[in-house]
Write a protein that binds this ligand. Structure first.
Ligand SMILES: NC(=O)c1ccc[n+]([C@@H]2O[C@H](COP(=O)([O-])OP(=O)(O)OC[C@H]3O[C@@H](n4cnc5c(N)ncnc54)[C@H](OP(=O)(O)O)[C@@H]3O)[C@@H](O)[C@H]2O)c1
Length: 379
């Protein structure tokens, strides 16, 4: 039996992870979870997992009511509660399925508590990839990717020597507006942006897919996970989301990893690793299409390469600007193309600092997000 902690258990990845645990015939055992701000959903999760030992509620408001209703569970709350779960004194894997920069500190706390990490929260590596890699070595823990592209690359690279890799290729579905010209993007609505053609995901990543920022974050994530320079990490448009990642080797061999667009597959791979578990998800091959990526059409992807290459605090700045701009778009306070403008402007105005500390990263993230919310919100 493997002990599991899930941060962000009430989100899209979190709920699918809970299903993986339910289907595990007690091979996976939930010890702790963090929940979001939807009361009814939170209660339904607790009713499904009555043996969970520690639960973090996003808001402190209902802590007492929950504690009274579920007296055998320890309840904690807010950002500090996430850290308490990560530090809970029972061995286990922490699956980080929080969205946005909130995922960084709990990842660090889990590593410092010598827990392995299954990482869906790509923002952790975008902001602090170098620091996370140092901590992983220092505390001798494992970090398993959950993002489908990175899980695929992890699988294609198993047993391979990094020096034999010519390049890695990450595929992109293209998001909700992949068939629209840039001109047509000026009038698109939030409702249209939230309709992803292939995946059902949380709001932030769905918008990030439509702007292609998501692929940019994934390129930086891949750089830190697989230790390759940016010129060896490419992206390609692949509308079917069947091939998730490809590795080209120096002898002319190309290995690709294919599966249905079902996040339960990479989630289970990370949670059961190194075992594979049985899951009736059969892929039937159909025609697959691949198109070169157009950086003019998707300027945020190009920006992510530039920012990743420069390193320092810039990836944090880009990530924070994007997170805040997406929040504003989700509240209908800015238009779709303003997300790009805000991110570009913020990055270009920022004076970079190399080798930032964790505190500097966290403070910069907060400062940039607050600045953008105040400057562009409810004008
Ligand atoms: N969804 C996918 O298919 C997919 C695929 C690959 C990678 N990922 C990555 O996985 C991560 C999660 O994505 P998602 O789509 O599952 O997001 P999501 O549906 O928005 O879920 C995120 C969960 O985390 C909670 N949360 C967010 N910020 C928090 C905070 N500060 N304190 C406490 N709880 C907080 C949210 O609570 P509320 O309910 O209050 O919002 C929600 O329950 C992201 O980094 C994303 O890029 C997702």
């Amino acid at each position: 039996m493997k002990n599991i902690y899930i941060l962000g258990a009430a989100g899209s990845i979190g709920l699918q992870s809970l299903e993986v645990v339910e289907q595990s015939n007690n091979e996976l055992n939930i010890i702790g979870i963090s929940l979001g701000s939807q009361e009814t959903l939170n209660r339904s999760i607790l009713d499904r997992f009555p043996n969970v030992e520690i639960v973090c509620l996003r808001n402190h408001t209902h802590l007492k009511a929950f504690q009274d209703q579920y007296p055998y569970i320890k309840f904690v709350g807010g950002d500090e509660g996430l850290i308490e779960i990560a530090r809970y004194p029972k061995k286990g894997i922490v699956l980080n399925a929080l969205s946005g920069s909130a995922g960084l500190r709990p990842t660090v706390a889990a590593i410092e508590s010598k827990k392995d990490i299954a990482l869906a929260n790509k923002e952790t590596l975008v902001m602090a990839g170098d620091i996370i890699n140092q901590l992983i070595k220092m505390y001798q823990v494992n970090l398993y990717p959950v993002d489908s592209e990175h899980s695929s690359l992890w699988q294609t690279l198993k047993g391979e020597d990094t020096t034999d890799i010519e390049k890695l290729v990450i595929t992109a579905s293209g998001g909700s507006f992949r068939d629209l010209s840039r001109e047509a993007l000026s009038e698109v609505t939030l409702e249209q942006a939230l309709k992803h053609p292939n995946w059902s995901m949380g709001d932030k990543i769905t918008i990030d897919s439509a702007t292609m920022m998501n692929k940019g974050l994934e390129v930086i994530e891949a750089h830190h996970l697989f230790g390759l320079p940016y010129h060896q990490i490419e992206t390609v448009l692949h509308k079917e989301s069947v091939v998730h990642g490809l590795a080209y080797f120096k002898d002319g061999t190309v290995k690709a990893c294919l599966s249905l667009s079902d996040m339960k597959i990479p989630i289970a791979y990370a949670l059961y690793y190194p075992k594979r578990h049985e899951y009736p998800s059969k892929l039937e091959l159909t025609n697959l299409s691949f198109e070169p990526m157009n950086f003019k059409r998707f300027p945020l992807l190009k920006l992510a390469y530039d920012v990743g290459l420069q390193g320092g605090l810039l990836p944090t700045v880009m990530n924070a600007a994007n997170e805040a701009a997406v929040k504003l778009f989700l509240k209908k306070q800015i238009k779709f193309l303003e997300i790009e403008n805000i991110v570009m402007e913020t990055v270009h105005q920022f004076e970079n600092k190399m080798e930032p500390t964790l505190d500097e990263i966290i403070q910069t993230d907060e400062w940039i997000q607050n600045h953008i919310l105040l400057t562009y919100g409810k004008r």
